[in-house]
Design a protein around this ligand. Structure first.
Ligand SMILES: [Zn+2]
Length: 112
């Protein structure tokens, strides 16, 4: 499955987002957290995290080798983001609506 994460939606500091995702991995929770906002079944058992922070997007395949480290230490050390991309601001309502709208559009296009 692909887990779609957009840190611009929560504006939390990196460690908070990493902790959320760690809990998601451990419990397979439903994506009801502020920056984990979609899960797409791609037919694979393996989790691929698609992480957007600032205007940078990275994909991280959570292999068995790194799974525990991702849960307890966070995904960022594996994801190679430039530092400035990690400094996200708490979003306004209109930002959140725009991000979700753009995502839905992109998803619709990909499905066509
Ligand atoms: Zn977050």
């Amino acid at each position: 499955m692909r887990v779609i994460i957009n840190r611009n939606l929560c504006g939390h500091p990196p460690f908070a987002c990493e902790k959320c995702f760690g809990e998601f991995l451990r419990h397979g929770a439903y994506p009801d957290r502020s920056c984990i906002f979609d899960v797409i079944d791609d037919g694979s058992e393996q989790v691929t995290a698609v992480i957007t922070s600032g205007n940078v997007t990275r994909e991280l395949v959570i292999t068995d080798e790194i799974r525990e480290e991702v849960i307890y230490d966070g995904y960022l050390k594996f994801a190679d983001f430039p530092l400035e991309a990690l400094e996200v601001q708490p979003p306004h309502g209109e930002d959140i609506r725009r991000i979700i709208r753009e995502y839905e559009e992109q998803k619709r296009k990909a499905a066509d």
